[in-house]
Design a protein. Structure first.
Ligand code: FRU
Length: 470
């Protein structure tokens, strides 16, 4: 595999060719992290959806595998999740060889064309050979449409109450709310409750929910609900909001009272967490689609479109004004470091295009200029209690009127202590204070970035050059 095309991400996952959107069905099994994804193998724009597939033993290096799930008589295969049915509740595997079960949305294009409202339903497929081959369940769909157009993106997890009684819980995006369903066996589903507080962000349709517990360093556990929305994100277009609260097996209640965004950049959408991560690992692992529906289908890449974000582990952090979910690049990324340099002064050159930078501000406000000799530049700035990234002169920008913009993120009460930046061939990811504030942004410089200029930043910083993964 060469992966040498212009803008081809060198340490982010992308399909070899053609269109990708949401990551789907992330599940860990026997030493492998599985990544499925919304895939259209016949074009570089969105179309009839399949589940593409890749595996990794370290979340960083990926092996592309054949398409896992194809459209069938019930429709195209939209987003969803995967679980390991350890107790063989479904009867589709055995206790010795539990089934890997994918739960996804069928989108029936015929029903849609006919103007029906019930063309999205939930189906399942299972694999008994570590995700290599899949069998579609004969009695699909397992959850029929109750008469609402947007009824999709099931994220399923096992939930055990304090007596140890367990059941499967499905979070489902239903137009402008999240509906929770329960099941003893992944085959029969019962409606439990809806969640849609009036103060949440409703600029667009709700998509790709995820419900999971997180525990902070004091041992306090909260349940987190992710809801991706498109449009209506803080930078326009798509983004992921989240709620901090409690889930009692039937109902999610939130203690948040304002919209929280997982990532304030323009390009992190539809991300959800891995299931079946071993307790001995204990991390909550996340990956997102590194694009935005505003321009995802017209970005200047060929013969593929879209990549995923860096894999991140999610942490619950208590702040003076409540809890937030921090996203941190997984530690496995550090294996890519090839050369580490202490750079002094406020201006230095980059000799490699794959870069990780660790910076410490020494003033209230700061500015980071990343540029090349062709005049392309990205400016990251903190001022007026906001973090800003300006990609208006970042290189190729005019494929979309929405792409060239300055994106602002409120710092809330965050006092910036450290800045970690990752530069790949067509992306910049900024992590403030170990991921308390994150901005993920696509950029298409006409030439690699070669210069860094700093203001308000300490004059001793760390620069790591990174290896590519392909
Ligand atoms: C989110 C989304 C999902 C849907 C999928 C279709 O980006 O719109 O709601 O299942 O993409 O590809």
């Amino acid at each position: 595999k060469s992966f040498t095309e212009p803008f081809r991400p060198q340490y982010h996952f992308s399909p070899e060719a053609n269109w990708m959107n949401d990551p789907n069905g992330m599940v860990y099994l026997d030493g492998e992290y599985h990544l499925f994804y919304q895939y259209y193998p016949d074009s570089t724009v969105w179309g009839p959806m399949h589940w593409g597939h890749a595996v990794s033993t370290d979340l960083v290096h990926w092996e592309h595998l054949p398409i896992a799930i194809y459209p069938d008589k019930n429709g195209w295969i939209f987003s969803g999740s995967a679980v390991i049915d350890h107790n063989n509740t479904s009867g589709l595997g055995s206790p010795q060889n539990p089934a890997m079960i994918a739960i996804f949305t069928y989108h029936d294009p015929v029903g849609e064309k006919e103007g029906r409202v019930d063309f999205q339903t939930q189906g399942i497929a299972y694999s008994l050979d570590k995700g290599r081959t899949w069998t579609v369940y004969a009695d699909n769909p397992v959850l029929k449409n109750p008469g609402i157009k947007d009824f999709r993106d099931p994220k399923v997890r096992w939930y055990a109450d304090s007596e140890g009684n367990g059941k499967w819980i499905m979070s489902l995006a239903v137009w402008d709310k999240i509906s929770f369903y329960s099941s003893p066996n992944l085959l029969d589903w019962t409606f439990e409750s809806d969640f849609n507080p009036d103060w949440a962000a409703y600029g667009g349709v709700w998509e790709c929910p995820d419900l999971f517990p997180l525990t902070d360093t004091d041992g306090t556990q909260k349940w987190i609900l992710f809801v991706s929305i498109n449009p209506g994100g803080p930078q326009g277009g798509s983004a992921t909001q989240y709620f901090v609260g409690n889930f009692d097996g039937k109902t999610f209640s939130t203690e948040s009272s304002e919209t929280l965004w997982l990532d304030y950049g323009a390009d992190n959408y539809a991300g959800v967490t891995w299931s079946n991560v071993p307790e001995s690992d204990g991390r909550t692992l996340f990956i997102g689609w590194m694009s935005n529906w505003q321009y995802a289908q017209i970005v200047p890449t060929h013969p593929w479109r879209s990549a995923t974000t860096l894999p991140r582990n999610l942490e619950l952090v208590k702040k003076d004004n409540g809890y937030l979910v921090a996203s941190r690049p997984v530690k496995e990324i550090e294996k890519l470091r090839t050369e580490s340099i202490t750079v002094s002064g406020n201006s230095f050159e980059l000799e490699n295009e794959l870069v990780e930078l660790l910076l410490s501000p020494n003033q209230e406000d700061f500015k980071i200029h990343i540029s090349n000799d062709k005049g392309d530049r990205v400016i990251i700035e903190k001022s007026d209690q906001e973090l800003k990234i300006d990609r208006t002169q970042s290189g190729f920008i005019d494929f979309s009127t929405e792409f060239p913009a300055v994106h602002n993120a409120p710092l809330h009460a965050i006092d910036v202590k450290n800045i970690r930046l990752f530069i790949d061939r067509s992306s910049i990811e900024i992590f403030i204070n170990d991921g308390e504030l994150v901005m993920t942004e696509l950029v298409f410089p006409t030439f690699p970035f070669t210069n860094v200029n700093l203001e308000g930043i300490s004059d001793s910083n760390t620069l790591h050059y990174l290896n590519g993964i392909w």
